[in-house]
Ligand binder design. Structure first.
Ligand SMILES: [Fe+2]
Length: 347
């Protein structure tokens, strides 16, 4: 077979030039040398960054494309220069015009034929369309959860706002415990519909202003199982069905429906259990007047390390006594509005 004649150092055969091929790629490509001088950016990189090729090439990458981790040991370029072969991460690429685009960034070593490190290549895939559709999906999912939450509250007026207050308290506890934003969202979703299973409890029992018989209590106590049966086949990105299933479990095994103990109960469910009890004690119910916050806190502290996770109890007491969350009878947060962005929505 005939070897294609090389026309230039950049030729890759059949009339193709490597640099023109790189310019045709939809992904942004930058090549720097080991002193962080930009040697090449393709057309997509100039569009993504808003920096013309003439300005980028020959400049130090941290001068023309400044980022949060530039000049730190955490800088991906720095880590490759110090021996790492490849890094892949999600991050925003900042444009000179002020726009930032969510991207998947791959930073990898460029080696000579002898294996010597000669430079660093950065490839950025602009994920803006995918992220926008993900945000739309999040918003729609939040709307569905909110609709489910309101449906339950319409049937059970005495606890109107209960799920929203519990959601608010769960979020504050999760943040106190250092949950990531993503994990906190999952807990908030679970909290917003944690009484979903009560949809199958007759309204006459739910709204009864008086003590319930044992068979009636058994019907109410089936609500975690009912919710689990409804949710278990939905592929949420969080353990929503299990969190709700376990929210009446207690650390010492005295809960229901499975009688789980200790770490067998999800941390999300242990948080939901505490928040649920605090709000239930604090607020008015059909069968008794509202009891104060002090009584609710005394109850969870009395059960600290017995029924309730000690860390969760401590976090709950901290956020309530320090006023970081205030439970008000009618407060709440529409999930659809709160979920798309990480914006604060304290009421
Ligand atoms: Fe419940």
């Amino acid at each position: 077979m005939e070897t294609p004649q090389r026309k230039s150092p950049g030729a890759i055969g059949a009339g193709l030039d490597a640099l023109q091929v790189l310019d045709a790629l939809p992904d942004a490509v930058m090549v720097i040398d080991l002193d962080f001088t930009v040697r090449y950016v393709n057309a997509a990189y100039t569009v993504l960054s808003g920096v013309p090729r003439s300005q980028a090439v020959g400049s130090r990458c941290h001068d023309v494309f400044p980022g949060d981790r530039c000049r730190t040991p955490g800088c991906p370029m720095n880590r490759i220069a110090r021996g790492l072969e490849q890094l892949r991460y999600e991050g925003d690429k900042h444009c000179a015009c002020g726009r930032s685009a969510p991207g998947i960034v791959t930073t990898r070593a460029y080696r000579t034929a002898d294996g010597d490190l000669a430079g660093i290549i950065e490839i950025v895939s602009d994920m803006t369309p995918l992220y926008e559709s993900r945000e739309r999906f999040r918003k729609a999912m939040g709307g569905v959860i909110q609709a489910m939450s309101l449906t339950i509250e319409k049937r059970y007026p005495y606890t109107a706002g209960h799920q929203r207050r519990v959601t608010k308290l769960c979020r504050a506890i999760a943040e106190e415990l250092g949950f990531s934003w993503e994990r906190t969202q999952g807990l908030r979703m679970a909290a917003a519909i944690h009484d979903l299973g009560k949809i199958l409890v007759p309204a006459a029992i739910l709204n009864r202003a008086g003590e319930l018989s044992e068979p009636e209590m058994a019907i109410i106590r089936a609500h975690p199982q009912t919710a689990y049966d409804i949710l278990k086949d939905i592929d949420f990105p969080w353990p929503l069905a299990q969190t709700i299933y376990q929210h009446h479990e207690r650390l010492d095994g005295s809960g229901y429906p499975q009688g789980l103990t200790g770490d067998a109960i999800l941390l999300e469910a242990r948080i939901l259990a505490v928040a649920d009890v605090v709000d239930a004690i604090t607020c008015f119910r059909s069968y008794r007047p509202a009891v104060g916050l002090e009584a609710a806190l005394a109850e969870i502290q009395a059960q600290r390390g017995k029924q309730f996770d000690p860390q969760v109890v401590d976090a709950c007491v901290a956020v309530l006594t320090q006023g970081r969350v205030v439970l008000q009878p009618r407060d709440g947060i529409p999930m659809a509005r709160a979920l798309p962005a990480q914006a604060e929505e304290e009421s």
